[in-house]
Structures are given as C-alpha cells and as structure tokens.
Write a protein of this length. Sequence first.
Length: 737
Amino acid sequence: MGWVVIAACTLIGYVAGITATGDINESVLLVMIAVFFSLLVVRLGAAILLWPRRRIALGSLTLGVVMWAAGSSVVNAGHAGAGAPFPAPGEWLFLLSYGGMAAFVVLDASSRKERALTAWLDSAIVCGAAAALASILLLTPFTNYFPQGGIPLLVAVIYPFVDITLAMVVLGQVVLGSRVWSRRTIYLMAGFLLLAVADSSLVLKLDSGPYDFDVILLIGWACSFMLIVDAACRERPLITMKSRPLPEAFLVVSFVMAILLLVVRPEGLTGAAVALPAVATLVASAARLVIALRDSAATAEALHLARIDDLTGLPNRRALLREIETALRRPEQFGLLLLDLDGFKEVNDTLGHSAGDTMLELVAMRIRDALPPHVSLARVGGDEFAMLIRDEGEIDLVERAQGIRRALLSPARIDGLELGMSASVGIAMRLPEDMRPADILRRSEVAMYEAKVSRTGAQVYSTDHDEFSRQRLQMGEEFRRALSSGQVTVWFQPKIDAHTGVVVGMEALARWEHPEQGTIPPAAFLPVARRAGLMQELSERVVDLAVVSASSWHRLGLDLGIAINVAPAELLGTHLMPLLYRAVDRAQLPPNAVTIEVTEETFLAEPERARQVVLDMRRHGLRISIDDFGTGFSSLAYLRDLPIDELKLDRSFVSAVCVDDRSRLIVASTVDMAHALALHVVAEGVEESEVAQEMATLGVDQMQGYYFSAPMPGDRVEAWVRKHLGAHRSGTRVKRP
C-alpha cells in the first residue's frame, strides 16, 4: 500500500500544480485530499490488523491523520486552498491531530525496564540542544514577519515547535534505548522535520493574514505524512541489546551549542522558544556533571577497596598481579617471594578465628619491618604473603627469605599463649619468556610447597620439582598422541633361574619410542601419564603387547613366563583385569605363565578390594608377585591371608648385599621367610657377578638385572634366548645386548 500512497501523492501534486494556476475548482481539491488521507487511513488499519498489540498506538496515529484531513478540508472548503484567513476556523482540528501523533510516538516505543538517571540526562542534553538549534533555524523568520506578535505569531510558532518537539522525542527514545537506529526511526524523524519545514514555510508565505498555498507546500505536507505513516506501518524491531551510553563528544557538542544559542537568540517569543530547551540542556549538563563526579569518586574508592586487604591493610592479590604486570613491561629483573605460615590452621582451629586474625596482623607488621620500604608486600590468600623484590639475585633473595623467617620465629603472645610463627617461602625469578603475572605467582607457589615438603624453609623454583610445568604439560599431550600412534612399545628383561642359569621368563617394560628424543624409559613418562589420566590406556597397551609376545614365544617352543607390572589404581579398577583375562584366553596362553607384579601400596589403599582382586586373579590361574618388597610400610598379614606366589626384592637391598651386612641380613631373612611360606624370591637389580653369586648363595630363586641382560625389544628376544641356551650348555655366558 506504500506504493499506492506514493502514486496518490503524485496525483495530488499534479492537481496542486493545476490549483496554483487557478484551473481547478474547490470540489476536485477536496476529493483529492479525501483520497490521499483515505489511503493513509486504510494502510494504518491494515497495520492494526497485522499487529494487534500495537492497535492503541496505531489507532492514535490514525485519529491524528483523520483530524488533519478534517482540518485541511475545513480550511480549503470555500477557498480552494487560497485566501483562507489565518488563523483559520479549522486550526483546532490541526492542533488535535498533533495529540494523536504525540500519543503514537510515546506508545509505539519499546517498553524496557527502568532506565538510569544518566540515560535520561543524556537524552535531555542532546534533545534540548537539537530543539534549540531547530527552533532558532525555523522560528527566527517569524519574528521579522510578525513584529507585532500576538495570536497570529503564537499560532504560527506552535506548529513547527510541536513538530520539532516530536522529532526530538524520537531522538530521545533512541538515546534511552527505547528505539534502535533503523530505517523506521529515520523515516519517523524525517517526517516530523519535513512537517516542521512545511509548517514554517506556510507561515512565511502569509501576507496580511490569509493562507497562500503552492505546489511545494502541498508536496511537503503529503511527503511528511507519507514518511510518518510508512514508519508506523513497518514492523517494530525487538530491542534485545543493552543500550549503550552516548559518546562524550555528543554531550560536549550539545553543551557548547546550548551556550552559543543562548548568546545569539533573537528577542521576543521566538527567543523564548530557543532559550527554554537551551537552558534545559545546561541544567541537564550540570546535573550530569555532578553525577559523573560522584561516580568517579565512588569508583576510585571502590578501586582502592578492591585492591586492599581488609584485615592487614596490605595490597591484595589483585593489586599484586597488577604490579607484577607493570614490572613485566619494563626491562628489569625481579623476584617474587611467596610466604605461607606453617601450622596456621591449627591456631585457627584451637584458638579461634579472632586469634588467627591477630596472628596475621602481627605477621604482616613483622614482614613489613623486615623489608626495605621499596619492597612491595601483599597478602594474597588466607595465610599467604607475597613480596615483589627488584634487582636482587637468587642468593640475596634466599637470605632475605631466611631473615623474614627468623623475624617471625620470635615468640609473640596471642590469646595468652607464647607462639612462634614458622613459615615456608617459595622464590621465583623473572624469566625472559614470562608474559603473565600468574605464571610467576604459580612458580613461587610450586617453590613454596617444595620448601614446605623438604622442610628447608626457603626454596628457589626448579623445573625438576614442578610436576605441572608447561614442558610437562606439552609432554603429556605428546604422550597422548604417542599411545594412539603406536609409539609406545614393550621391551623385555630376562629372569634367570638362580640355580640352573636358565631363562625362565621375561618382565614386560614399557618404552616410548619418541620420533625426536629416541627411546624414553618409563621413569620419565610414567608421572606424565599418571597426571594426564593415561595410565589406564597405557596399562591396556602393555598388557595386550605382553600377552601377544608371550603367546608367540610359546608357539616357537620357548617356555617363557611373562611378568607385567600393574599400578594400584588400575589393578583395583574394574576394567583392566577383565581385559587381561580375555587377552590370555584369546592368545591361548597358559594362565600360570602370566605373573602380575603389584606393590605393597596396593594393600594399603583399599585392603578389602585388593583382597577380592587377588583372589579373582588366583581363580583365573594367574600368578601374583609383590614388587619392590621391603620398601613399603604395610603389614605382613597379607602374606598370610592372600595367595601370593612370589616376592621381588627391591634393588636397594640387592645392590648393597656385598657391602652392607644389614642389607645381607634382610635379604637372608626374607628368603628364609618366603621359602617357609612356599613363596619364590626374585632378586632384581643384579648388575655384578659378585652380587649374582651372593644372591645364589642366599637362596633366591630367580634373578634379573643388567649383569644378565638389559631390556631388549620384542623382536630380539627369541635370538637372545636361543643364544643364551646354547651358551648355557657350553658353559659360557652371553654378553648383554
């Protein structure tokens, strides 16, 4: 229907052109006015049917359009658009039409939650300055045209002033977030501004009181109503985003403009119309400035409180991180000391939080007194304090940390008790690759925990003690890919009968065939696998490869057992052992050819669950060996209550058996006890002939170690075993591979 209205407007423009020449009569003009406004009303009615929720707003605009059409008909009746007195008898209908348009502008804005006072003030500043500027541009000519003032001037000013006001209301709604900048909003503002121009132009054409129309005026009015109705008949967009504050430039320009307009405003009623919005702009600007100053002071206070620890008055963790970030931007060397009180929780639990707070305040004062004034001190946690020290080396920082610890050890009376405060200090130096404050703080925490565990008091950060360093994190990800790409393999170390010298079995040992670093032993990657949660997957791969290899040896006629190490977590889980049972059945391997090596830690973690698992392994025919025997702290009761087959002496006892009488006595007594319980004894870590001879003398059943052979890849086992058997028959020893 928009195009229909445009066509009607074109026709009216044509008729208006004829009217200007006096070649059309009054009835033709009235018909054309009726047709044009009827099309507008019909279009608005269709919009009401399409969007019933907007019926009140659209109905108000429809009423305004009808009132304007009626006023136009009254003014033109009997005058054919020329010679009508001003003000005309139908002026009150025009004034009523503005009420309908104003109601539409207010009601058709999107409803939102309550807006901040600053948003209303911003709107008042911008709209007031815009209204003052529009008033002086559009209303100043009226003062010259009606120097006598009176009712004609008042009526002449009302029309463009109301038009400008409605346009400024739309602008204010945009500022407040009730409208969004869109084609709909632009059409609506353009319609009211064009209406203001047409109304102003009409009054400027008044000559001794009567109206004097021309083609331009008629087209201006028609186009303004077309824009307003077209904006109303477009779907109202949803406002889903938060309204953004206006750029400061808009507010500054509006303030300056209001001052200038007050200076150059004309005299009389037009000057008053300019002064009113200009003064309103200045008042709103003053109120906005007061609020801005108040918010700035509140923000500064909040920022100060956000960076200060309430209890000690020291900077807090946020302030420390900000200072470290500032230091990182400069080419300076600095260190971070992180101090944690030892036993503070016990003080809190015993004496209460009030005593704990007193201790923390005292600690803060003593640390501050022990440091130079330029050193930054912050409380970063419950009983943790951090110090940022510039231009000092590691040795100086360690001495500084020990000095602080000595200052804290001096007894203090807290809640009637004399208490000394021990502390552990971690030290982290700035590194060239440091980019974030959190990295330095994390390293100091690692060093602090190491100092606490090692009881050294102060410890400098070392990657060797950092289980969560970036390098180890990268290594964990590489190991994850290694498992899926087949880089993890199994090597085998022979187990030799101590009495006959015959190879009786192999122990499966995981190896990581790294494409760049070569073969990596388990000691280097097992902690990484454990932290990365890959032990289950690693154990499954070792079990599968070990069982397949043992099965292939049996098919080749080599009667070799296979020993597999299983960590406590995987052994006590529900997934690995059933997988092992299925693998043994699938490979058609005799179950007693498989020995599962577990540590004494297994029986400490979950004794009842461990018992069930061991009994289940025995039901499936597997052998059970206790690895690293003698290094744990468990009771020997499990040797009595569980079906254990083998004890594997730890290498720390085996390697010292020839030089340490206590180690020899432990081995001898363990062998006697094991044999009394019908258990086999395996000595691991045999690396010298003297140790091998002594182990045989003490009665161990099997031995393994580098004296016989280093671990070897699976494809070399058969050749080595056959060579070893041949050498055994001839009385020589096979050199280790």
